[in-house]
Design a protein around this ligand. Structure first.
Ligand SMILES: CC(C)(COP(=O)(O)OP(=O)(O)OC[C@H]1O[C@@H](n2cnc3c(N)ncnc32)[C@H](O)[C@@H]1OP(=O)(O)O)[C@@H](O)C(=O)NCCC(=O)NCCS
Length: 333
């Protein structure tokens, strides 16, 4: 059925390819995720052309008989020790060209590349009850983790309460904040705190683990910066110099109104003192003061991450949508 569709691996992504890619993703998301803003053309161009953290990307484009793009596939191949058996799939078919086998052809090319690259596991995030979920089921992916996505609309938050939470005393701790790269005097402590994320609930997902050090946290900030995005961090620093917890917000390039929550973590020894709520409330206040174009924050939680979910609900985040992390196990041929 998809004979007139031509598949090409993109070895170099041009501006035209990126524009075509954006078109496919935007129409696919408008169909399956109405109300979820797609990445802008500049964001897509940066995602496809700028270096990523400890990984590289392979890309394919499917074009129709007119030469116009009808589907795209991206494969992220992780390179760091502990994750170098993993790959992550992004696959979109334009709604007008679905159910003709194009998604399956792209998946075959992706799986072949996974085998060449000796990957044992291919991950994909799909919306709940969607064509993506049915497609993954058809091709033998298992559903490894369900994520609740939540939204906080800043105009609906109670500013007085956010201020009270941000100003609440937490004896023995101080707040430190930065934009972009962590200040040198906090870099080692920050890397140690980042390792606390390795115990976040991931259901049955084989997510690997990452070993953070000061160089790695600096590299991550540079990668975000080169993409044109902005990373804001707030940390709770214990009087002994340990970083007890931190929260990160990503502001995508082009100043869209929606910010993305990245990590929030509290180190096990410092849990149970309300530091998560303190950090997140202080971040809301900082966004309001410094980035007034931001009107909402999207976050996602593993559905069984009850503590993080409780913090988010307490701040005013509300359920928005669900996704599933699916995983295809690729035994060595
Ligand atoms: C998921 C997606 C990539 C499928 O693309 P596609 O070209 O329509 O896929 P195919 O035609 O190769 O479908 C193969 C099989 O998957 C299953 N499938 C695909 N879409 C389905 C749907 N809407 N409902 C039920 N089953 C579906 C069917 O078994 C289908 O075989 P059939 O048409 O012979 O019944 C496309 O719907 C899409 O872009 N969705 C949005 C993005 C997304 O969720 N990506 C998934 C990342 S893995």
């Amino acid at each position: 059925m998809s004979d007139s569709v031509h598949l090409t691996p993109l070895h170099r992504v041009s501006v035209t390819h990126a524009a075509g890619w954006h078109q496919v993703v935007a129409s696919s998301m408008a169909h399956d995720l109405p109300g979820v803003p797609p990445p802008g053309p500049g964001e897509i161009h940066a995602q496809l052309t700028k270096p990523t953290m400890d990984s590289h990307r392979l890309t394919w484009m499917a074009t129709g008989s007119s030469g116009a793009p009808v589907a795209v596939a991206g494969l992220r191949l992780f390179a760091s020790p502990g994750r170098d058996h993993l790959a992550e799939l992004e696959l979109h078919v334009d709604p007008a060209h679905r159910r003709r086998g194009t998604g399956s052809r792209l998946l075959s090319a992706v799986v072949a590349a996974c085998r060449t690259e000796k990957r044992r596991s291919l991950m994909a995030e799909v919306p709940g009850d969607s064509p993506g979920a049915a497609f993954c089921e058809r091709w033998g992916f298992r559903r490894a983790l369900t994520l609740d996505h939540l939204i906080l609309r800043l105009a609906e938050t109670d500013a007085a309460r956010i201020s009270a939470l941000s100003d609440a005393g937490h004896p023995g701790y101080r707040l430190a904040g930065w934009t972009g790269t962590v200040p040198d005097d906090l870099a080692d402590a920050f890397a140690k705190a980042k390792n606390a994320m390795n115990d976040m609930p991931v259901g049955d997902l084989d997510y690997g683990s990452v070993d953070w050090d000061a160089d790695r946290v600096r590299t991550m900030a540079q990668v975000v910066d080169r993409r044109g995005d902005t990373l804001l961090t707030l940390a709770a620093v214990h009087f002994d110099g340990t970083m007890a917890g931190y929260t990160e917000i990503l502001l995508p390039q082009g100043a869209p109104p929606r910010a993305q929550q990245y990590d929030t973590a509290v180190v096990p020894a410092h849990r149970g003192h309300g530091l998560g709520l303190w950090l997140k409330a202080a971040m809301v206040r900082r966004l309001r003061a410094e980035h007034p174009h931001v009107t909402e924050i999207e976050t996602d939680n593993a559905e069984d991450n009850v503590h993080m979910l409780a913090v988010n609900l307490e701040l005013g985040f509300r359920s928005y949508r669900r996704t599933h992390e699916c995983q295809l196990d690729l035994p060595a041929a």
